[in-house]
Write a protein that binds this ligand. Structure first.
Ligand code: ADP
Ligand code: MG
Length: 318
């Protein structure tokens, strides 16, 4: 029987070049760069609620870290360290090895170190806490949007929700499109470079985890403004476009969750800068509407009609 300490040593102890002290003592020791603020966020994934119990462990390791990196991106922070708290029903070494491989592959890609955690027996739950840094005063808050600002979103939205709908047999997708959408659902790549590049250009930002309208709604509420969006400008994949303007397509793009794109606002004077950024990072950045002084969130369809929207996002307690 492998001990808890042996498991931690085997699967979760790696060099931590960015930390003063990593896994193994009572605490990790970390130094924030001079004139930076520490940015901290945590996200929990519960089996049966946030992932299927039989999901491939490599993908789960990736996603547990990815959703946390996405919060760093939304803040304009540079991610540096994370902790991992694991509750596991049983010790399965193959599972742990694959989980760790998925997690560390993403960690290496963005240069973040696992510096500690906790491991316990219980229902499967994963909790990552991520820490990063941002030059003092330059974090991208939700509260900075101003009337007249453009509203932008990165990449494309709705594919993760479309994959979920297909897996639940609500829609039939061609094999290739299903694979692409599943990739978005199970292996999202957080927009870490984009978030940092938007500092000093964006006025507000959020990552799209609960659905575009719900998350934009958080910016609007925090900034005490409204928004007018054009449905035609909301970036969608070929798979989603192929569905046409059906309720399912609208729900996926506007209210689907798990996109991990960035939605941000910026003054019109930043348009050229944002377009240049899109080219240099190789990420599509689409202008989908404007911030209004009047409160409320309106979406106009291709014929200039205001769209009736039922649900603005996915609320875990709804
Ligand atoms: P303590 O009893 O002080 O809570 P633990 O025995 O829980 O310490 O953990 C020992 C060391 O291993 C600590 O440095 C802790 O941060 C680290 N650790 C425990 N679980 C994990 C994990 N899943 N991933 C990374 N580090 C872990
Ligand atoms: Mg402990």
């Amino acid at each position: 029987m492998t001990s808890e300490f042996e498991l931690i040593r085997r699967y979760f102890t790696r060099p931590t070049p960015g930390a003063d002290l990593g896994v193994g003592d009572d605490c990790a020791l970390l130094s924030v760069s001079p004139d930076h603020q520490l940015a901290v966020s945590t996200d929990m994934l519960v089996s049966g609620r946030h992932f299927f119990p039989d999901v491939a462990p490599r993908l789960l390791g990736h996603k547990a870290l990815a959703v946390n990196l996405s919060d760093m991106a939304a803040m304009g922070a540079r991610p540096r360290w994370f902790t991992l708290s694991l509750s596991l029903p049983a010790i399965e070494e193959d599972w742990l090895a694959a989980f760790a491989a998925g997690m560390f592959a993403l960690a290496d890609r963005f240069g973040v170190d696992l510096v500690g955690g906790d491991t316990t027996a219980g229902p499967m739950t994963l909790c990552v806490q991520i820490m990063g840094e941002v030059p003092r005063g330059q974090a991208l808050l939700r509260s900075g949007a101003r009337a007249g600002d453009d509203i932008w979103v990165s990449g494309a939205v709705g594919d993760a929700a479309l994959a979920l709908a297909a897996l639940n047999q609500q829609v039939l997708l061609p094999v290739g499109q299903l694979a692409a959408c599943r990739q978005r659902l199970e292996c999202p790549v957080p927009r870490v470079e984009l978030g940092q590049a938007l500092r000093r250009h964006a006025t507000a930002a959020i990552d799209v985890s609960d659905g575009l309208l719900a998350d934009l709604g958080h910016i609007l509420a925090a900034s005490q403004v409204g928004a007018a969006l054009q449905w035609e400008d909301v970036p969608r994949s070929a798979a989603l476009r192929a569905l046409g303007p059906t309720p399912l397509a609208q729900r996926c793009a506007l209210a689907g969750g798990d996109d991990y794109e960035l939605c941000f606002t910026a003054p019109a004077s930043e348009r050229v800068t944002v377009d240049t950024l899109a080219l240099s990072l190789g990420i599509a950045l689409s202008r989908i509407g404007v911030v209004t002084s009047a409160p409320g969130l309106h979406v106009t369809d291709g014929r200039g009609q205001t769209m009736q929207l039922d649900r603005h996002g996915f609320d875990h307690f709804a």
